[in-house]
Design a protein around this ligand. Structure first.
Ligand code: KIV
Ligand code: ZN
Length: 541
Protein backbone atom coordinates (compact mmCIF):
# COMPACT_ATOMS: atom_id res chain seq x y z
CA UNK A 1 0.00 0.00 0.00
CA UNK A 2 1.23 3.51 -0.85
CA UNK A 3 2.47 5.40 2.15
CA UNK A 4 0.14 8.32 1.45
CA UNK A 5 -2.92 6.17 2.13
CA UNK A 6 -4.16 5.83 5.69
CA UNK A 7 -5.88 2.48 6.23
CA UNK A 8 -9.23 2.77 7.93
CA UNK A 9 -9.74 0.10 10.58
CA UNK A 10 -13.34 0.25 11.73
CA UNK A 11 -14.10 -1.08 15.20
CA UNK A 12 -17.78 -0.06 15.43
CA UNK A 13 -18.73 -3.73 15.80
CA UNK A 14 -16.19 -4.37 18.58
CA UNK A 15 -15.13 -1.29 20.58
CA UNK A 16 -18.25 0.58 19.44
CA UNK A 17 -20.64 -2.21 20.31
CA UNK A 18 -18.86 -2.49 23.67
CA UNK A 19 -20.23 0.91 24.75
CA UNK A 20 -23.15 0.77 27.16
CA UNK A 21 -26.34 0.75 25.14
CA UNK A 22 -24.95 -0.06 21.72
CA UNK A 23 -25.88 -3.74 21.49
CA UNK A 24 -26.68 -4.92 17.98
CA UNK A 25 -28.21 -8.18 16.86
CA UNK A 26 -26.26 -10.57 14.60
CA UNK A 27 -28.37 -9.54 11.59
CA UNK A 28 -27.70 -5.86 12.30
CA UNK A 29 -23.96 -6.47 12.66
CA UNK A 30 -23.96 -8.19 9.29
CA UNK A 31 -25.80 -5.26 7.71
CA UNK A 32 -23.34 -2.74 9.23
CA UNK A 33 -20.38 -4.83 8.03
CA UNK A 34 -21.88 -4.95 4.53
CA UNK A 35 -22.28 -1.17 4.50
CA UNK A 36 -18.73 -0.64 5.86
CA UNK A 37 -17.29 -2.88 3.14
CA UNK A 38 -19.26 -1.04 0.50
CA UNK A 39 -17.96 2.30 1.79
CA UNK A 40 -14.35 1.11 1.36
CA UNK A 41 -13.23 0.39 4.93
CA UNK A 42 -9.90 -1.51 4.76
CA UNK A 43 -10.25 -3.57 7.94
CA UNK A 44 -13.40 -4.46 9.88
CA UNK A 45 -12.91 -5.49 13.50
CA UNK A 46 -16.02 -7.63 13.63
CA UNK A 47 -16.04 -8.50 17.33
CA UNK A 48 -14.44 -10.20 20.30
CA UNK A 49 -15.11 -13.91 19.64
CA UNK A 50 -14.12 -15.10 23.12
CA UNK A 51 -16.81 -12.93 24.70
CA UNK A 52 -19.61 -15.41 23.95
CA UNK A 53 -20.64 -18.08 21.41
CA UNK A 54 -23.00 -15.48 19.87
CA UNK A 55 -20.12 -13.05 19.33
CA UNK A 56 -18.02 -15.80 17.77
CA UNK A 57 -20.87 -16.74 15.44
CA UNK A 58 -21.49 -13.12 14.43
CA UNK A 59 -17.80 -12.67 13.51
CA UNK A 60 -17.76 -16.00 11.67
CA UNK A 61 -20.74 -14.96 9.52
CA UNK A 62 -19.18 -11.59 8.74
CA UNK A 63 -15.91 -13.31 7.77
CA UNK A 64 -17.74 -15.67 5.42
CA UNK A 65 -20.28 -13.29 3.92
CA UNK A 66 -18.52 -9.93 3.90
CA UNK A 67 -14.91 -11.13 3.85
CA UNK A 68 -15.29 -12.95 0.53
CA UNK A 69 -16.48 -11.93 -2.92
CA UNK A 70 -17.82 -14.08 -5.71
CA UNK A 71 -16.63 -11.85 -8.53
CA UNK A 72 -13.12 -11.20 -7.24
CA UNK A 73 -13.87 -7.60 -6.22
CA UNK A 74 -11.78 -6.38 -3.27
CA UNK A 75 -13.03 -7.24 0.20
CA UNK A 76 -11.90 -5.87 3.56
CA UNK A 77 -9.69 -7.67 6.03
CA UNK A 78 -11.90 -9.22 8.74
CA UNK A 79 -10.37 -9.02 12.20
CA UNK A 80 -11.23 -10.64 15.54
CA UNK A 81 -9.96 -9.37 18.90
CA UNK A 82 -8.30 -11.62 21.49
CA UNK A 83 -6.50 -11.11 24.79
CA UNK A 84 -2.98 -12.61 24.82
CA UNK A 85 -4.55 -15.86 26.00
CA UNK A 86 -4.34 -19.04 23.93
CA UNK A 87 -8.07 -19.81 24.18
CA UNK A 88 -9.02 -16.28 23.06
CA UNK A 89 -6.63 -16.43 20.11
CA UNK A 90 -7.94 -19.84 19.03
CA UNK A 91 -11.52 -18.54 19.15
CA UNK A 92 -10.59 -15.42 17.19
CA UNK A 93 -8.98 -17.62 14.53
CA UNK A 94 -11.99 -19.95 14.48
CA UNK A 95 -14.16 -16.90 13.79
CA UNK A 96 -12.09 -15.13 11.11
CA UNK A 97 -10.46 -18.00 9.24
CA UNK A 98 -13.26 -18.15 6.63
CA UNK A 99 -12.41 -14.66 5.36
CA UNK A 100 -10.23 -14.14 2.29
CA UNK A 101 -8.06 -11.83 4.41
CA UNK A 102 -8.30 -12.78 8.10
CA UNK A 103 -6.54 -10.94 10.93
CA UNK A 104 -6.06 -11.73 14.62
CA UNK A 105 -5.71 -8.68 16.89
CA UNK A 106 -4.24 -9.51 20.27
CA UNK A 107 -3.54 -7.16 23.19
CA UNK A 108 -2.14 -6.90 26.70
CA UNK A 109 -1.67 -3.86 28.93
CA UNK A 110 1.80 -2.29 29.26
CA UNK A 111 1.19 0.62 31.64
CA UNK A 112 2.48 0.18 35.19
CA UNK A 113 -0.95 0.85 36.66
CA UNK A 114 -2.63 -1.82 34.51
CA UNK A 115 0.16 -4.38 35.01
CA UNK A 116 0.22 -3.91 38.78
CA UNK A 117 -3.50 -3.72 39.59
CA UNK A 118 -5.32 -5.39 36.72
CA UNK A 119 -2.95 -8.06 35.43
CA UNK A 120 -0.89 -8.51 38.62
CA UNK A 121 2.09 -9.23 36.39
CA UNK A 122 5.56 -7.71 36.22
CA UNK A 123 7.25 -6.43 33.07
CA UNK A 124 9.13 -9.67 32.37
CA UNK A 125 5.93 -11.70 32.59
CA UNK A 126 4.15 -9.34 30.19
CA UNK A 127 7.03 -9.52 27.68
CA UNK A 128 7.01 -13.29 27.91
CA UNK A 129 3.26 -13.44 27.30
CA UNK A 130 3.56 -11.13 24.28
CA UNK A 131 6.31 -13.31 22.78
CA UNK A 132 4.40 -16.56 23.24
CA UNK A 133 0.94 -15.36 22.27
CA UNK A 134 1.89 -13.27 19.24
CA UNK A 135 3.89 -16.27 18.01
CA UNK A 136 0.86 -18.51 18.61
CA UNK A 137 -1.40 -16.12 16.68
CA UNK A 138 1.18 -15.97 13.90
CA UNK A 139 1.23 -19.78 13.61
CA UNK A 140 -2.48 -19.59 12.82
CA UNK A 141 -2.71 -16.40 10.79
CA UNK A 142 -0.30 -14.46 8.54
CA UNK A 143 -1.80 -11.12 9.55
CA UNK A 144 -1.40 -10.37 13.27
CA UNK A 145 -1.98 -7.05 15.01
CA UNK A 146 -0.61 -6.39 18.47
CA UNK A 147 -1.78 -3.64 20.86
CA UNK A 148 -0.06 -2.61 24.10
CA UNK A 149 -3.17 -1.54 25.97
CA UNK A 150 -2.97 1.82 27.77
CA UNK A 151 0.08 2.72 25.67
CA UNK A 152 -0.73 6.39 26.25
CA UNK A 153 0.22 5.97 29.92
CA UNK A 154 2.99 3.39 29.45
CA UNK A 155 6.70 4.05 30.01
CA UNK A 156 7.94 4.71 26.43
CA UNK A 157 11.15 2.70 26.97
CA UNK A 158 9.14 -0.34 28.06
CA UNK A 159 6.76 0.23 25.16
CA UNK A 160 9.63 0.05 22.64
CA UNK A 161 10.74 -3.20 24.27
CA UNK A 162 7.22 -4.69 24.19
CA UNK A 163 6.77 -3.73 20.54
CA UNK A 164 10.16 -5.23 19.60
CA UNK A 165 9.14 -8.50 21.23
CA UNK A 166 5.87 -8.45 19.27
CA UNK A 167 7.71 -7.74 16.00
CA UNK A 168 10.15 -10.58 16.63
CA UNK A 169 7.22 -12.91 17.33
CA UNK A 170 5.67 -12.00 13.98
CA UNK A 171 3.28 -9.06 14.47
CA UNK A 172 2.53 -7.28 11.20
CA UNK A 173 0.60 -4.27 12.58
CA UNK A 174 1.42 -2.45 15.81
CA UNK A 175 -1.50 -0.53 17.23
CA UNK A 176 -0.90 2.18 19.82
CA UNK A 177 -4.01 2.77 21.96
CA UNK A 178 -4.68 5.78 24.13
CA UNK A 179 -7.07 3.52 26.02
CA UNK A 180 -8.27 6.08 28.56
CA UNK A 181 -8.17 9.16 26.30
CA UNK A 182 -5.51 10.80 28.47
CA UNK A 183 -2.91 12.22 26.11
CA UNK A 184 -2.70 15.62 24.42
CA UNK A 185 -2.22 15.78 20.64
CA UNK A 186 1.43 16.92 20.79
CA UNK A 187 2.18 14.23 23.40
CA UNK A 188 0.51 11.48 21.38
CA UNK A 189 2.22 12.61 18.17
CA UNK A 190 5.57 12.56 20.00
CA UNK A 191 4.80 9.08 21.36
CA UNK A 192 4.23 7.75 17.82
CA UNK A 193 7.33 9.53 16.50
CA UNK A 194 9.36 8.06 19.38
CA UNK A 195 8.06 4.56 18.68
CA UNK A 196 8.90 4.83 14.98
CA UNK A 197 12.38 6.15 15.78
CA UNK A 198 13.32 3.81 18.62
CA UNK A 199 11.68 0.44 17.94
CA UNK A 200 13.89 -2.02 16.08
CA UNK A 201 12.19 -3.67 13.10
CA UNK A 202 9.25 -1.25 13.06
CA UNK A 203 9.75 -0.55 9.34
CA UNK A 204 8.39 -4.08 8.67
CA UNK A 205 5.06 -3.18 10.30
CA UNK A 206 2.15 -0.83 9.82
CA UNK A 207 1.85 1.56 12.75
CA UNK A 208 -1.73 2.16 13.88
CA UNK A 209 -3.43 4.58 16.28
CA UNK A 210 -6.48 3.93 18.48
CA UNK A 211 -7.70 6.87 20.54
CA UNK A 212 -10.48 7.28 23.06
CA UNK A 213 -12.35 10.52 23.52
CA UNK A 214 -12.43 11.11 27.28
CA UNK A 215 -11.07 14.65 26.89
CA UNK A 216 -12.69 15.23 23.50
CA UNK A 217 -9.29 14.85 21.83
CA UNK A 218 -9.65 11.53 20.02
CA UNK A 219 -9.71 12.94 16.49
CA UNK A 220 -6.96 15.47 17.21
CA UNK A 221 -4.79 12.72 18.72
CA UNK A 222 -5.44 10.37 15.82
CA UNK A 223 -4.45 13.06 13.31
CA UNK A 224 -1.33 13.87 15.37
CA UNK A 225 -0.43 10.16 15.28
CA UNK A 226 -0.96 10.05 11.53
CA UNK A 227 1.20 13.15 11.04
CA UNK A 228 3.92 11.42 13.03
CA UNK A 229 3.85 8.41 10.69
CA UNK A 230 0.96 6.10 11.64
CA UNK A 231 -0.75 4.67 8.56
CA UNK A 232 -3.74 2.93 10.13
CA UNK A 233 -6.46 4.69 12.12
CA UNK A 234 -8.83 2.74 14.36
CA UNK A 235 -12.21 4.44 14.39
CA UNK A 236 -15.95 3.92 14.86
CA UNK A 237 -19.01 5.32 13.12
CA UNK A 238 -20.39 8.32 15.07
CA UNK A 239 -17.47 7.86 17.48
CA UNK A 240 -19.38 5.30 19.57
CA UNK A 241 -17.36 3.26 22.06
CA UNK A 242 -16.43 2.74 25.71
CA UNK A 243 -17.24 5.77 27.94
CA UNK A 244 -16.85 8.94 25.80
CA UNK A 245 -16.25 6.78 22.76
CA UNK A 246 -13.59 6.24 20.11
CA UNK A 247 -12.33 8.46 17.31
CA UNK A 248 -15.14 9.07 14.82
CA UNK A 249 -14.46 7.56 11.39
CA UNK A 250 -16.25 10.39 9.59
CA UNK A 251 -14.13 13.05 11.31
CA UNK A 252 -10.76 11.50 10.45
CA UNK A 253 -11.77 10.70 6.88
CA UNK A 254 -13.16 14.17 6.23
CA UNK A 255 -10.23 15.94 7.94
CA UNK A 256 -7.86 14.10 5.59
CA UNK A 257 -10.16 14.82 2.65
CA UNK A 258 -10.86 18.50 3.34
CA UNK A 259 -7.27 19.32 4.34
CA UNK A 260 -5.36 17.21 1.82
CA UNK A 261 -3.07 20.12 0.97
CA UNK A 262 -1.89 20.17 4.57
CA UNK A 263 -1.85 16.43 5.27
CA UNK A 264 -1.01 15.10 1.80
CA UNK A 265 -2.75 11.84 2.72
CA UNK A 266 -5.92 10.09 1.64
CA UNK A 267 -8.10 7.08 2.44
CA UNK A 268 -9.97 4.47 0.40
CA UNK A 269 -13.33 5.64 1.79
CA UNK A 270 -16.23 6.67 -0.45
CA UNK A 271 -17.18 9.75 1.57
CA UNK A 272 -20.64 9.99 0.00
CA UNK A 273 -21.67 7.02 2.15
CA UNK A 274 -20.79 8.62 5.49
CA UNK A 275 -24.25 9.99 6.21
CA UNK A 276 -25.94 6.67 5.45
CA UNK A 277 -23.55 4.73 7.71
CA UNK A 278 -24.08 7.21 10.51
CA UNK A 279 -27.83 6.78 10.30
CA UNK A 280 -27.62 3.01 10.01
CA UNK A 281 -25.54 2.70 13.19
CA UNK A 282 -27.62 5.26 15.05
CA UNK A 283 -30.86 3.51 14.14
CA UNK A 284 -29.58 0.04 14.97
CA UNK A 285 -28.10 1.02 18.31
CA UNK A 286 -30.82 3.53 19.24
CA UNK A 287 -28.00 5.97 20.07
CA UNK A 288 -28.93 9.26 18.46
CA UNK A 289 -26.34 11.60 17.02
CA UNK A 290 -26.10 15.03 18.64
CA UNK A 291 -27.33 17.72 16.18
CA UNK A 292 -24.05 19.65 16.28
CA UNK A 293 -21.88 16.55 15.73
CA UNK A 294 -19.17 17.23 13.13
CA UNK A 295 -19.88 15.86 9.63
CA UNK A 296 -23.02 13.82 10.39
CA UNK A 297 -25.02 15.91 12.89
CA UNK A 298 -28.37 17.28 11.66
CA UNK A 299 -27.01 20.84 11.90
CA UNK A 300 -23.56 20.14 10.44
CA UNK A 301 -24.52 21.87 7.19
CA UNK A 302 -27.34 24.12 8.44
CA UNK A 303 -26.83 27.88 8.35
CA UNK A 304 -29.06 29.73 10.76
CA UNK A 305 -27.60 33.25 11.14
CA UNK A 306 -28.80 35.68 8.47
CA UNK A 307 -25.29 36.84 7.70
CA UNK A 308 -24.18 33.22 7.14
CA UNK A 309 -27.20 32.44 4.96
CA UNK A 310 -26.52 35.51 2.87
CA UNK A 311 -22.89 34.48 2.39
CA UNK A 312 -23.78 30.88 1.49
CA UNK A 313 -26.35 32.06 -1.07
CA UNK A 314 -23.68 34.22 -2.73
CA UNK A 315 -21.00 31.54 -2.61
CA UNK A 316 -21.22 28.33 -0.57
CA UNK A 317 -17.47 28.47 0.13
CA UNK A 318 -17.99 31.49 2.40
CA UNK A 319 -19.15 29.26 5.24
CA UNK A 320 -18.86 25.69 3.97
CA UNK A 321 -15.46 23.99 4.02
CA UNK A 322 -16.92 20.88 2.36
CA UNK A 323 -19.94 20.21 0.21
CA UNK A 324 -22.92 18.42 1.81
CA UNK A 325 -23.01 16.11 -1.24
CA UNK A 326 -19.44 14.96 -0.41
CA UNK A 327 -20.70 13.31 2.78
CA UNK A 328 -23.84 11.96 1.12
CA UNK A 329 -26.38 14.63 1.90
CA UNK A 330 -28.54 14.74 -1.17
CA UNK A 331 -28.37 17.98 -3.15
CA UNK A 332 -31.64 17.35 -4.98
CA UNK A 333 -34.38 17.45 -2.38
CA UNK A 334 -37.44 17.09 -4.53
CA UNK A 335 -37.49 13.66 -6.04
CA UNK A 336 -40.87 12.01 -6.32
CA UNK A 337 -44.56 12.82 -5.90
CA UNK A 338 -48.03 11.36 -5.93
CA UNK A 339 -47.92 10.56 -9.63
CA UNK A 340 -44.58 8.80 -9.63
CA UNK A 341 -44.79 5.13 -10.50
CA UNK A 342 -43.26 1.93 -9.24
CA UNK A 343 -40.47 2.14 -11.81
CA UNK A 344 -39.48 5.66 -10.74
CA UNK A 345 -39.32 4.52 -7.12
CA UNK A 346 -37.22 1.49 -8.09
CA UNK A 347 -34.78 3.70 -10.05
CA UNK A 348 -34.52 6.13 -7.16
CA UNK A 349 -33.85 3.26 -4.75
CA UNK A 350 -31.08 1.93 -6.97
CA UNK A 351 -29.43 5.32 -7.14
CA UNK A 352 -29.64 5.49 -3.34
CA UNK A 353 -27.87 2.13 -3.16
CA UNK A 354 -30.71 -0.30 -2.39
CA UNK A 355 -31.89 -3.37 -4.26
CA UNK A 356 -35.20 -4.80 -3.18
CA UNK A 357 -36.78 -8.08 -4.09
CA UNK A 358 -40.24 -7.89 -5.70
CA UNK A 359 -42.13 -8.42 -2.46
CA UNK A 360 -40.22 -5.71 -0.58
CA UNK A 361 -40.52 -3.31 -3.50
CA UNK A 362 -44.30 -3.81 -3.63
CA UNK A 363 -44.56 -3.27 0.11
CA UNK A 364 -42.45 -0.13 -0.07
CA UNK A 365 -44.41 1.17 -3.06
CA UNK A 366 -47.68 0.83 -1.11
CA UNK A 367 -46.15 2.80 1.74
CA UNK A 368 -44.77 5.35 -0.69
CA UNK A 369 -48.25 5.88 -2.22
CA UNK A 370 -49.86 6.25 1.20
CA UNK A 371 -47.22 8.81 2.13
CA UNK A 372 -47.60 10.66 -1.19
CA UNK A 373 -51.32 11.06 -0.45
CA UNK A 374 -50.45 12.80 2.78
CA UNK A 375 -47.37 14.70 1.67
CA UNK A 376 -46.91 16.69 -1.55
CA UNK A 377 -43.27 15.96 -2.22
CA UNK A 378 -41.29 12.90 -1.22
CA UNK A 379 -37.60 13.51 -0.66
CA UNK A 380 -34.67 11.11 -0.58
CA UNK A 381 -34.74 11.44 3.21
CA UNK A 382 -38.38 10.29 3.26
CA UNK A 383 -37.54 7.28 1.09
CA UNK A 384 -34.58 6.39 3.28
CA UNK A 385 -36.85 6.61 6.34
CA UNK A 386 -39.40 4.26 4.78
CA UNK A 387 -36.64 1.80 3.96
CA UNK A 388 -35.21 2.10 7.44
CA UNK A 389 -38.63 1.45 8.87
CA UNK A 390 -38.69 -1.83 6.91
CA UNK A 391 -35.01 -2.79 7.33
CA UNK A 392 -34.74 -2.08 11.01
CA UNK A 393 -37.60 -4.38 11.93
CA UNK A 394 -35.01 -7.13 11.98
CA UNK A 395 -36.57 -9.56 14.36
CA UNK A 396 -40.26 -9.93 13.69
CA UNK A 397 -42.02 -11.57 16.64
CA UNK A 398 -44.89 -9.19 17.41
CA UNK A 399 -46.18 -6.87 14.65
CA UNK A 400 -48.30 -3.77 15.01
CA UNK A 401 -51.70 -4.30 13.42
CA UNK A 402 -53.56 -1.33 14.82
CA UNK A 403 -53.34 1.59 17.23
CA UNK A 404 -55.94 4.01 18.47
CA UNK A 405 -55.12 6.82 20.85
CA UNK A 406 -57.26 9.32 22.74
CA UNK A 407 -55.43 12.23 24.35
CA UNK A 408 -55.67 15.96 25.00
CA UNK A 409 -56.80 18.07 27.92
CA UNK A 410 -60.09 16.23 28.48
CA UNK A 411 -59.98 12.78 30.07
CA UNK A 412 -57.11 10.35 30.50
CA UNK A 413 -54.66 9.54 27.70
CA UNK A 414 -55.68 6.07 26.50
CA UNK A 415 -54.18 3.76 23.88
CA UNK A 416 -55.66 0.61 22.39
CA UNK A 417 -53.05 -1.57 20.70
CA UNK A 418 -53.60 -4.55 18.43
CA UNK A 419 -50.60 -6.83 17.87
CA UNK A 420 -50.17 -10.02 15.87
CA UNK A 421 -48.20 -12.42 18.04
CA UNK A 422 -45.78 -15.27 17.32
CA UNK A 423 -48.60 -17.71 17.99
CA UNK A 424 -50.47 -16.27 14.96
CA UNK A 425 -53.11 -14.83 17.23
CA UNK A 426 -54.25 -11.23 17.54
CA UNK A 427 -53.79 -9.61 20.93
CA UNK A 428 -55.63 -6.44 21.96
CA UNK A 429 -54.99 -4.35 25.04
CA UNK A 430 -56.05 -0.88 26.19
CA UNK A 431 -54.05 1.13 28.74
CA UNK A 432 -54.01 4.59 30.24
CA UNK A 433 -50.83 6.57 30.78
CA UNK A 434 -49.39 9.98 31.52
CA UNK A 435 -49.54 10.77 27.81
CA UNK A 436 -50.29 9.00 24.52
CA UNK A 437 -46.80 7.49 24.18
CA UNK A 438 -46.78 6.22 27.75
CA UNK A 439 -50.25 4.70 27.28
CA UNK A 440 -49.16 3.04 24.02
CA UNK A 441 -45.99 1.55 25.53
CA UNK A 442 -47.96 0.30 28.56
CA UNK A 443 -50.46 -1.45 26.29
CA UNK A 444 -47.59 -3.09 24.34
CA UNK A 445 -45.90 -4.16 27.60
CA UNK A 446 -49.12 -5.77 28.78
CA UNK A 447 -49.32 -7.88 25.63
CA UNK A 448 -45.67 -8.94 25.29
CA UNK A 449 -45.20 -9.54 29.04
CA UNK A 450 -41.54 -8.50 29.02
CA UNK A 451 -40.02 -6.42 31.79
CA UNK A 452 -37.89 -3.60 30.43
CA UNK A 453 -36.88 -0.01 31.18
CA UNK A 454 -37.13 2.80 28.63
CA UNK A 455 -33.66 4.38 28.57
CA UNK A 456 -33.91 6.79 25.67
CA UNK A 457 -36.65 8.14 23.43
CA UNK A 458 -35.96 10.64 20.62
CA UNK A 459 -38.39 12.02 18.03
CA UNK A 460 -37.38 14.15 15.13
CA UNK A 461 -38.91 15.36 11.88
CA UNK A 462 -37.10 14.12 8.79
CA UNK A 463 -37.87 17.08 6.59
CA UNK A 464 -39.25 20.55 7.12
CA UNK A 465 -42.98 21.22 7.03
CA UNK A 466 -45.96 20.27 9.08
CA UNK A 467 -46.60 17.17 6.94
CA UNK A 468 -43.10 15.75 7.59
CA UNK A 469 -42.46 12.12 8.45
CA UNK A 470 -41.57 11.66 12.10
CA UNK A 471 -38.67 9.43 13.00
CA UNK A 472 -38.38 7.82 16.43
CA UNK A 473 -35.47 5.99 18.00
CA UNK A 474 -35.78 4.28 21.37
CA UNK A 475 -33.47 2.34 23.61
CA UNK A 476 -34.75 -0.11 26.20
CA UNK A 477 -32.79 -2.06 28.81
CA UNK A 478 -33.32 -5.40 30.47
CA UNK A 479 -34.22 -5.15 34.16
CA UNK A 480 -31.89 -7.95 35.25
CA UNK A 481 -28.12 -7.56 34.95
CA UNK A 482 -26.49 -10.29 32.88
CA UNK A 483 -22.69 -10.49 32.88
CA UNK A 484 -21.27 -8.87 29.78
CA UNK A 485 -17.74 -9.72 28.69
CA UNK A 486 -15.97 -6.69 27.25
CA UNK A 487 -12.44 -6.71 25.87
CA UNK A 488 -11.12 -5.44 29.16
CA UNK A 489 -13.24 -7.17 31.76
CA UNK A 490 -16.37 -9.08 32.63
CA UNK A 491 -18.93 -6.65 34.01
CA UNK A 492 -22.57 -6.72 34.98
CA UNK A 493 -24.76 -4.26 33.19
CA UNK A 494 -28.19 -4.25 31.58
CA UNK A 495 -28.40 -5.32 27.95
CA UNK A 496 -29.91 -2.57 25.86
CA UNK A 497 -31.73 -2.81 22.55
CA UNK A 498 -32.39 -0.03 20.06
CA UNK A 499 -35.52 0.39 17.94
CA UNK A 500 -36.52 2.61 15.04
CA UNK A 501 -39.85 3.65 13.52
CA UNK A 502 -41.03 6.22 10.97
CA UNK A 503 -44.53 7.47 10.21
CA UNK A 504 -46.37 10.74 9.63
CA UNK A 505 -48.12 9.97 12.93
CA UNK A 506 -45.51 10.22 15.67
CA UNK A 507 -47.43 7.98 18.06
CA UNK A 508 -47.49 5.24 15.40
CA UNK A 509 -43.75 5.84 14.76
CA UNK A 510 -43.15 5.58 18.53
CA UNK A 511 -45.11 2.32 18.77
CA UNK A 512 -43.14 0.83 15.87
CA UNK A 513 -39.79 1.90 17.36
CA UNK A 514 -40.70 0.51 20.78
CA UNK A 515 -41.94 -2.74 19.31
CA UNK A 516 -38.82 -3.23 17.20
CA UNK A 517 -36.66 -2.85 20.35
CA UNK A 518 -38.97 -5.22 22.27
CA UNK A 519 -38.75 -7.77 19.43
CA UNK A 520 -34.94 -7.70 19.62
CA UNK A 521 -35.07 -8.18 23.37
CA UNK A 522 -37.45 -11.12 22.97
CA UNK A 523 -35.31 -12.63 20.19
CA UNK A 524 -32.23 -12.44 22.45
CA UNK A 525 -33.90 -14.78 24.92
CA UNK A 526 -33.71 -17.52 22.29
CA UNK A 527 -37.28 -18.60 23.12
CA UNK A 528 -38.64 -17.77 19.70
CA UNK A 529 -36.18 -19.77 17.55
CA UNK A 530 -34.79 -18.30 14.34
CA UNK A 531 -36.73 -15.14 13.55
CA UNK A 532 -37.55 -13.54 10.23
CA UNK A 533 -35.02 -11.02 8.88
CA UNK A 534 -35.70 -8.35 6.27
CA UNK A 535 -35.30 -8.86 2.55
CA UNK A 536 -34.17 -5.28 1.90
CA UNK A 537 -30.44 -5.05 1.34
CA UNK A 538 -27.97 -2.42 0.27
CA UNK A 539 -26.36 -3.19 -3.08
CA UNK A 540 -22.98 -4.80 -2.60
CA UNK A 541 -19.92 -3.60 -4.50
O1 KIV B 1 -8.73 0.94 23.90
C1 KIV B 1 -8.05 -0.09 23.85
O2 KIV B 1 -6.97 -0.19 24.42
C2 KIV B 1 -8.57 -1.21 23.09
C3 KIV B 1 -7.63 -2.34 22.83
C4 KIV B 1 -8.30 -3.64 22.97
C5 KIV B 1 -6.99 -2.14 21.49
O3 KIV B 1 -9.68 -1.17 22.61
ZN1 ZN C 1 -10.47 0.90 22.61
Amino acid sequence: MESNIVRIFDTTLRDGEQSPGATMTAAEKLEVARALARMGVDIIEAGFPAASPDDLEAVRRIALEIGNSEDGSPVPVICGLARTIEGDIDKAWEAVKGAAHPRIHTFIATSDIHMQYKLKMDREQVLDQIARMVAHARELCADVEFSPEDAGRSDPEFLYQALEVAIEAGATTLNIPDTVGYTMPDEFGALIAGIIKNTKGIEKCVVSVHCHNDLGLATANTLAGIRAGARQAEVTINGIGERAGNTALEEVVMALHARRQVMDLGTNIDTTQLTRLSKLVSNYTGMSVQPNKAIVGANAFAHEAGIHQDGVLKNTLTYEIMKPETVGLSASKLVLGKHSGRHALKERLISLGYTLDEESLNKLFDRFKTLADKKKTITDADIEALISDEIYQNEVIFTLEGLQVACGTMGLPTATVRLAGPDGETHIHAAIGTGPVDATFKAIDAIVQMDSTLVDFVIHAITEGIDALGEVTVRIATKDLPAVMTAQKEIERPCTFGGYGADTDIIVASAKAYLSAINKMLASTGKYGPVETPAVQAVAG
